[in-house]
Design a binder for this molecule. Structure first.
Ligand SMILES: [Zn+2]
Length: 436
């Protein structure tokens, strides 16, 4: 392999501690517009040079693309102190790196043997109680909170995918059955099969009315299903094309695959999840469907916020060629947003006042790892989280936050602004992340 100069994209240790922010106090706490910093943070002294990164494309790359097999990869290296986390919300000390395929556009982890060993370790010790629990994440829907899986089923009909009163579903990578539980509530006439790596999920899944459970190695391949769902599964797969192709053979004549993946361009913290092999865009997900012999009927961003949904069926006729995707600019913007986020947390901490972070998921964990800034508390708008602890610190409702305490809202501005408006109504002082 030729030696290639690599840019270190996340020199966290070189970030100077910014001076305390000047913050305008809102005159009226019932205002619905979020509060912004009066003076923006100084520009980062270590901006990434996109042109320089682009030149790192090399054809002698030892690892082919995990989607299309191309060797034309652009590598993106991280500084040694970039914090990595797992999808079940643990800090992970090993290092990963990203590469982007110039052929199919998929952004992916470099899946060398060391990475494979780490991922095996993560799954061997995977916590069923955190990210993949029996209860689903809640999303804001129609003015209230709704389980993500229920919201997904509800919204599919808006995209022309109507599920009949009875049918059969295989949930591939079902975890403890969050999606099947929502199916049993919305579509009680359906027969359900959950499949996952180990026996650990069996008891939870079999408690669901009408649900069976199998390990992936025992999956009865002769059965046929009207829907095969992969909810936050495909991003974990090192051979996604092969798996989807095999699953497509288990569909009934009118059957569809339902695929849900994170959208890293809307949720930057997804890049820091060690065991997420692939980071899809709409186009690279369409390319995956095409390579797996599928016709993508629906590919929608934001059907569930910050996620991409695809409904696909086996394709008739010849496969289409892959479509080119954007270069690494989106990825670099996303990484820059992460560094702004880290700087903002450091600034908040340097004020010496207590502050909180909104959320109890990967974003809050990453910020906690990315800086010495330790939030005093976390804030969750969803009812269930209240009175729990996260990283050993209290999780508060917005109404329980002390008046004018600052709370970092670690979302892109399009999502952060409505959240900030809600927080202001509770007298909370929201702090937003600067856009790159
Ligand atoms: Zn590729």
């Amino acid at each position: 392999m030729h030696s290639t100069q690599k840019a270190h994209l996340f020199p966290l240790e070189s970030v100077p501690h910014a001076s305390p922010l000047t913050i305008r106090t809102p005159a009226n706490t019932t205002a619905t517009t979020p509060v912004q910093q009066e003076t923006p943070l100084p520009a980062s002294p270590w901006r990434w040079d996109v042109d320089q990164i682009s030149r790192h494309t090399r054809t002698d790359y030892t690892l082919p693309c995990c989607l299309c097999g191309s060797h034309l990869m652009t590598s993106i290296e991280f500084a040694p102190n970039f914090p990595w986390v797992t999808s079940d919300l643990r800090p992970w000390k090993s290092k990963a790196s990203l590469s982007m395929c110039s052929t199919c556009g998929l952004l992916q982890k470099c899946t060398d043997s060391r990475y494979g060993e780490d991922v095996a370790d993560i799954y061997a010790t995977y916590s069923l109680d955190s990210a993949d629990g029996s209860h689903d994440h809640l999303v804001v829907r129609a003015g209230g909170f709704k389980a993500r899986a229920s919201a997904l089923i509800e919204r599919l009909s808006e995209y022309g995918v109507s599920l009949q009163a009875s049918g059969s579903i295989l949930d591939y990578g079902c975890g403890r059955g969050a999606f099947l539980r929502a199916v049993s509530e919305s579509l009680p006439g359906w027969s359900m099969m959950g499949a996952d790596l180990t026996e650990a999920n069996r008891i939870d899944v079999e408690k669901i009315e009408g649900a069976e459970y199998t390990t992936l190695s025992q999956l009865p391949v002769e059965r046929r299903y009207d829907v095969i769902s992969l909810i936050h599964v495909v991003e974990h797969l090192q051979r996604p094309t092969e798996i989807l192709n095999q699953l497509s053979l288990m569909l009934t004549e009118q059957g569809v695959l339902l695929i849900q993946v994170p959208d890293f361009s809307k949720n930057p913290f997804d890049l820091a999840v060690f065991d997420h092999v692939a980071h899809f865009s709409v186009q690279s997900l369409k390319n995956l469907a095409n390579l797996a012999g599928l016709d993508s009927m629906v590919v929608a961003e934001g059907l569930i916020p910050r996620e991409i949904t695809m409904v696909a069926k086996p394709k008739l006729g010849r496969p289409l060629g892959m479509q080119a995707t954007d270069g690494p600019e989106e990825t670099l913007r996303t990484l820059e947003w992460l560094s702004n986020c880290q700087q903002q947390a450091v600034s908040l901490n340097s004020s010496g006042d207590p502050f909180g972070i909104l959320g109890t998921q990967v974003g809050a964990l990453w910020i906690d790892q990315a800086s010495d800034a330790k939030a005093t508390f976390f804030v969750d708008e969803a009812p269930r989280r209240n009175s729990e602890k996260f990283l050993g610190r209290p999780v508060l409702f917005p109404s329980d936050v002390l008046f004018q305490n600052r709370v970092l809202v670690p979302f892109l501005s399009e999502y952060a602004k409505p959240i900030a408006a809600r927080l202001v109504e509770f007298g909370v002082y929201p702090v937003l992340i600067r856009s790159p």
